[in-house]
Every structure is written in structure tokens, then in C-alpha cells.
Write a protein that binds this ligand. Structure first.
Ligand SMILES: C[S@@+](CC[C@H](N)C(=O)[O-])C[C@H]1O[C@@H](n2cnc3c(N)ncnc32)[C@H](O)[C@@H]1O
Length: 290
């Protein structure tokens, strides 16, 4: 029988977990988030045989800095909420305005690079892949790279498998896309292999060194900056600036902005969405050959 886990957390243990989340993933856990720590870490404590959350945390404290237990605990503290075509309007902006522009600009290289940063379980990256297939079949002969990255190894594993429950495909996915781009499997619905091939997923912590990234035409860094403090947001926005094409576009989540964080990103309205482009390089981009 599984021992019941004592759900309480001392102030000091909460402080330790907040520091761990900050050090390893820049995630801010302010007082008041004790319930989140209890609900996310109790199942891990239970499955590793601990009688209380406290003893699980004490074990963690004795381990090396980047032990597996700590890594899994930090991953469990992330919020992986996502859905297909989340907010819809960023995808409309991509379809109606940005992709035609990018295709005209990249006509000689025939290459497009798109990044779903903090991709969670992959719905955003696959939404882009489906939209490209549906609306721009001519890109079939181009080199189109969609990269999805996330801190959570579990989320990346699920994204790679591309298997979603009925509940997940009911969220945001148009029914004709389910029929066209998914296969029914025992666990739910799986993205068809030809679409899975369009997307590469890889584990990446946004606060570590950024390595091996191409120059992106589009960066979607949505609904993740909210978990960070202002210096971390600034650091990430500065890093995006270094890995985006001079005319590339950045999408943030609906409640996120560059305002009061950095002043080198310009903002444009595009339908119901906001697009960010690097200001300092906008003029430079106009003088670059296509
Ligand atoms: C709320 S989800 C957003 C998913 C998707 N971008 C969307 O908008 O639907 C936030 C994701 O950020 C990831 N995340 C949190 N901290 C991170 C970090 N330091 N580096 C990379 N990803 C991180 C979490 O694992 C989680 O999957």
C-alpha cells in the first residue's frame, strides 16, 4: 500500500523550493504559491516512497546541485497549459501577412525558420505545421524548419510522440484538421508522420546558454515570460534579438509585452495581434538584399 503523503510545507521548505525554481529555471514563486508547490510535488514525493513532502524536500537538499530529483521537481513546477491554435489571431497574422512577406524575402534561399520557444507539449508548433500545409502547399518544396523547445523533458517527449487525448484535440483544433492530419491510435490521436517530420523538438532551458539555433524568421515566445522576473525577461528578449532575422517577427502571449522591460523592440498592430520587431535593426534590414 502507498503511504499517505503529509501535504504540509514549512515556510523554510517553501523558501528552499522557490530558490531552487529560481536558480534552475528562473521561475518566480512568490509567497502565496505554497498550494502550487504542494499540489505539484506531492505526487513526486508519493511515487518516490516518501511519507511526507517534507522528507522528500529534505532528501533533495542533500543531493547534488543538478540531481535528477531536483530536475524533475523543477519540471513539475512548470505550467504546461497550451492548446492548438491558441488565441487564433497570431496564426491569422502569420497566414495573412507574415508568411507571404517572408516567402517573398526568402524566395532565393527557399528556407524558413520558425521557433516555438517554450513549446510545452507541442500544440503550437503543430498548429503552425498544419497551417503551412493547409494554406501554403507550395512550401512543400522549401526547406521549412519548425523548432519546438521546452524546459520540460516530459513535455518534449509528448510533443515528439505527437499523441493527444480526445480532450486535447477538442481544444482549438478545427474538426477537418483532426480528420486530415491525425491518426486514431489506442491512446487518442496521433499527428500523422508527414506532419511530425516538419517539426523538431528539443529540451532547452531558456536561461542556459543558447546554442545551435539558426537565424529565425518567426519566434513565438508565448506565455512563458510571465513566469520570470524583469531581468530574466530582458535577458531572454536580448537573446532573441541576437537570433532573429533583421525583419523577423516575435510573438508574445496576450498578457506579455516588451514595454518596461527593453526598449529596442518596436511593436506593430496586425489584426488583433501585436507583432514585435527589433527596432535598431529595422533600418538596417531595409538596406539588406533579399
Ligand atoms: C504555459 S506554457 C506555454 C506553452 C505555449 N507557448 C503556449 O503559449 O501555449 C509555458 C511553458 O514554458 C516552459 N518553461 C518554463 N520555464 C522555462 C525555462 N526556463 N526554459 C524553457 N521553458 C520554460 C514550461 O515548461 C511550459 O511548458
Amino acid at each position: 500500500m502507498v503511504a499517505p503523503v503529509c501535504m504540509s510545507l514549512s515556510k523554510e521548505q517553501f523558501q528552499y523550493i522557490s530558490e531552487l525554481a529560481m536558480e534552475q529555471a528562473a521561475i518566480v514563486l512568490n509567497p502565496g504559491k505554497e498550494y502550487l508547490v504542494v499540489s505539484r510535488l506531492s505526487p513526486l514525493a508519493r511515487s518516490s516512497g516518501h511519507e511526507s513532502l517534507g522528507s522528500y524536500i529534505e532528501q533533495m537538499r542533500r543531493e547534488a546541485e543538478y540531481s535528477e530529483t531536483k530536475k524533475l521537481a523543477v519540471e513539475a513546477l512548470t505550467t504546461n497549459e497550451t492548446l492548438f491554435f491558441r488565441d487564433l489571431h497570431p496564426f491569422e497574422a502569420l497566414e495573412k501577412k507574415l508568411l507571404p512577406e517572408i516567402m517573398a524575402r526568402r524566395a532565393s534561399e527557399r528556407r524558413i525558420d520558425i521557433w516555438s520557444g517554450a513549446s510545452s507539449t507541442g500544440q503550437e508548433a503543430y498548429s503552425i505545421a498544419m497551417m503551412l500545409r493547409e494554406k501554403f502547399p507550395e512550401l512543400g518544396s522549401w526547406n521549412v524548419n519548425i523548432l519546438g523547445t521546452d524546459l520540460s523533458g516530459k513535455a518534449i517527449e509528448k510533443a515528439r510522440a505527437g499523441i493527444y487525448s480526445q480532450l486535447e484535440v477538442n481544444r482549438g483544433l478545427p474538426m477537418p484538421f483532426l480528420v486530415k492530419y491525425f491518426d486514431k491510435v489506442a491512446e487518442g490521436w496521433q499527428i500523422k508522420p508527414e506532419l511530425r517530420k516538419m517539426v523538431t523538438f528539443r529540451q532547452m532551458n531558456l536561461v542556459d546558454r543558447w546554442e545551435g539555433l539558426p537565424v529565425f524568421d518567426v519566434v513565438m515566445m508565448r506565455n512563458v515570460l510571465i513566469y520570470f522576473d524583469v531581468p530574466t525577461r530582458k535577458r531572454i528578449l536580448d537573446s532573441i534579438q541576437r537570433t532573429i532575422h533583421p525583419e523577423g517577427v516575435l510573438f508574445l502571449g496576450a498578457s506579455e509585452t516588451t514595454l518596461n522591460v527593453v526598449d529596442n523592440w518596436g511593436v506593430e498592430n496586425c489584426g488583433r495581434t501585436l507583432l514585435y520587431r527589433v527596432k535598431a535593426r529595422m533600418a538596417e534590414a531595409r538596406t539588406l538584399p533579399n
